[in-house]
Design a protein around this ligand. Structure first.
Ligand SMILES: Nc1ncnc2c1ncn2[C@@H]1O[C@H](COP(=O)(O)OP(=O)(O)OP(=O)(O)O)[C@@H](O)[C@H]1O
Ligand SMILES: [Mg+2]
Length: 367
C-alpha cells in the first residue's frame, strides 16, 4: 500500500529553477509514466521522490506522511536505472541477495526472497551464472530482481529499457506490465518511448521545462490533448499542425480555414474564439485519407510502406508537408496530385495561446 502526493514541488540548482512547482497525486498500485523532451526534469523529479536529490521547496508525501527529510533508504522505495551496474564477479543469486545481506537478513530468508523474485522474473535457470553469461534483457531482469527482494512500497524506474534492442524492449514491456499486476505495487516510470508510455501507463504525466503540461490516461491525452505541446508530443507519427483562421462559429462547432482555402469543420466549443482569430488545426495522421472530394489539395512527396501501414507525406499548396497514415500497402506514387479528406470530428483546434478548444460532448447532427 503506497500513495504518493507531490505538493508544489520545486528544485533549483543555484539560480536556475529546474522543477517549477509540480502537483501530482499517485494512487496506490498505480502505474504512472513521466514523459517529456530531454532536459525537462523527468529524472530530477524521480530522484527527488527517491530521496537522491534534495527538494528545494514543497511537500512530498508517501502514504500521507511528509518524507522530504527522510533518507532514501528509509522511504521504502526502490529505483532501477538505465545503467544497471551489476557486480560482475557475483552470481545472479548473490547480486540479488547483496543488499539483504548488508542489511543483516538471515541466509534462509535471503534465499527465499531471491527464489521468489527469480520465479516472478523467470530467472530460475540463471541463478548460478555471472552477469557476463546473460543477455541484456536477463541482466535487466536481475537489476529489477535486486529491487523486488527489498519489498519496496514503490518502484521507481528511470528509462530501464533504453539499452535494449527493439525486440527485447517489447518483451520486457510485457514482463513489466505482468510484474506490476503480480506485485500490486505503485510504480513510477520515466521513458522516452511512446509505445511504453501508451501501453504501460494507467496515467501519463507530460512534462515540459519543469512544468506539468497535462496528466491523464494514455487515451485521454491522445484524444483530448489540453494544448499544442501535448498534442504534438503524444502520438507517433506526430499530429499535423496547420496554421489557420476561424471562418465562423456556431453551436455545432467551429469552421477553420487552412492552406489553399480549405475549410474544416470541427465540433469544438466556440465560447472563447471568434471569426478571424488565428488558430492551429491539429490533424492526426490517421484522421485523413486520399479522396477526390477531400478538402486539402497537395502533391505526394514520399510514400513510406511499412507493410501493414503506409505513411504518405504530402506537400500542401502552401508548401507545408503533412503525414497521412493509411492501412495496408497504398500504391500512391510520388509527385502524384492528391486531395485529402479530413475527418473534422477527429481534429483539434488550438487557440492563439495554444490551448485546445474542448470537444463538444456529441456532434449535434450525429444520429
Ligand atoms: N546537478 C545538476 N546541476 C545543475 N543542473 C542540473 C543538474 N542535474 C540536472 N540539471 C538540469 O536540470 C534539467 C533537468 O534534467 P533531468 O536530468 O531531470 O532531465 P530529463 O528530463 O531526465 O532528461 P533526459 O530525457 O535527457 O534524461 C536539465 O536542464 C539539466 O541540465
Ligand atoms: Mg533523464
Amino acid at each position: 500500500m503506497a500513495t504518493l502526493n507531490l505538493r508544489n514541488i520545486r528544485k533549483s540548482y543555484g539560480p536556475v529553477e529546474t522543477i517549477k512547482g509540480v502537483d501530482l497525486d499517485i494512487a496506490d498500485q498505480e502505474f504512472v509514466v513521466f514523459v517529456g523532451p530531454s532536459g525537462c526534469g523527468k529524472s530530477t523529479l524521480l530522484r527527488m521522490i527517491a530521496g537522491l536529490e534534495e527538494i528545494t521547496s514543497g511537500d512530498l508525501m508517501i502514504d500521507g506522511k511528509r518524507v522530504n527529510d527522510v533518507g532514501p533508504a528509509d522511504r521504502g522505495l526502490a529505483m532501477v536505472f538505465q545503467s544497471y551496474a551489476l557486480y560482475p564477479h557475483m552470481t545472479v543469486r548473490n547480486n540479488m541477495a547483496f543488499a539483504l545481506k548488508l542489511a543483516g537478513v538471515p541466509k534462509e530468508e535471503r534465499d527465499r526472497k531471491v527464489d521468489e523474485a527469480a520465479r516472478i522474473l523467470q530467472l530460475g535457470p540463471y541463478l548460478d551464472r555471472t552477469p557476463k553469461e546473460l543477455s541484456g534483457g536477463q541482466r535487466q531482469r536481475v537489476a529489477i530482481g535486486r529491487s523486488i527482494v527489498r519489498n519496496p512500497r514503490v518502484f521507481l524506474f528511470d528509462e530501464p529499457l533504453s539499452n535494449l534492442d527493439a525486440a527485447l524492449r517489447g518483451q520486457m514491456r510485457i514482463e513489466l506490465a505482468r510484474l506490476h499486476e503480480e506485485l500490486a505495487a505503485t510504480m513510477v516510470y520515466v521513458t522516452h518511448d511512446q509505445v511504453e508510455a501508451m501501453t504501460m501507463a494507467d496515467k501519463i504525466v507530460v512534462l515540459q521545462s519543469g512544468v506539468v503540461e497535462q496528466v491523464g490516461s494514455p487515451l485521454e491525452l491522445y484524444h483530448h490533448p489540453a494544448n499544442l505541446f501535448v498534442g504534438g508530443f503524444i502520438g507517433s507519427p506526430r499530429m499535423n499542425m496547420l496554421p489557420g483562421r476561424i471562418a465562423h462559429v456556431d453551436r455545432t462547432g467551429v469552421a477553420v480555414d487552412v492552406a489553399g482555402g480549405a475549410r474544416i469543420v470541427v465540433p469544438a466549443e466556440s465560447t472563447n474564439v471568434a471569426a478571424g482569430n488565428p488558430v492551429t488545426l491539429g490533424i492526426r495522421p490517421e484522421a485523413m485519407r486520399p479522396e477526390p472530394a477531400g478538402q486539402l489539395a497537395g502533391e505526394v512527396l514520399l510514400a513510406e510502406r511499412l507493410g501493414g501501414l503506409t505513411l504518405l507525406h504530402v506537400t500542401l499548396t502552401d508548401g507545408q508537408v503533412v503525414v497521412v497514415q493509411l492501412e495496408g500497402s497504398d500504391s500512391t506514387r510520388p509527385h502524384q496530385p492528391v486531395r485529402l479528406l479530413v475527418d473534422g470530428e477527429a481534429c483539434h483546434v488550438f487557440n492563439e495561446a495554444g490551448r485546445a478548444l474542448p470537444h463538444l460532448e456529441r456532434h449535434p447532427l450525429a444520429a
